[in-house]
Design a protein around this ligand. Structure first.
Ligand SMILES: [Mg+2]
Ligand SMILES: [Zn+2]
Length: 97
């Protein structure tokens, strides 16, 4: 499954409810799923980690959908030619953090 296919699938499955819920409430769901991913990473099984990664991506895609963001285009524009900071395929930015 490509990212475009996933975005279209999520749109087909949930778009009516998602748009009705809106960005703010959907962002809260994403945050909740990020919390579940944190728990899975800390103490979960591999299956639990896989499940929570899937949830986080699905809710991020949902948020993109209801804000009319095509993630493939956004990623290509920002990362498709390398690091946005230095433009290299292997980042040569100075460590800043
Ligand atoms: Mg979850
Ligand atoms: Zn860089």
């Amino acid at each position: 499954m490509t990212l475009d296919e996933l975005q279209a699938l999520i749109e087909r499955m949930y778009s009516d409810r998602d748009r009705e819920r809106g960005t703010a409430a959907t962002f809260l769901w994403l945050c909740e799923e990020i919390g579940e991913l944190a728990t899975a990473l800390r103490e979960g099984s591999h299956e639990a980690k896989c499940s929570e990664f899937a949830d986080v991506v699905a809710w991020l895609v949902t948020l993109a959908n209801i804000n009319d963001v095509n993630l493939t285009e956004a990623l290509q524009a920002k990362y498709g030619s390398g690091c946005p900071g230095c433009g290299q395929l292997v980042c040569t930015c100075d460590a800043k953090s």
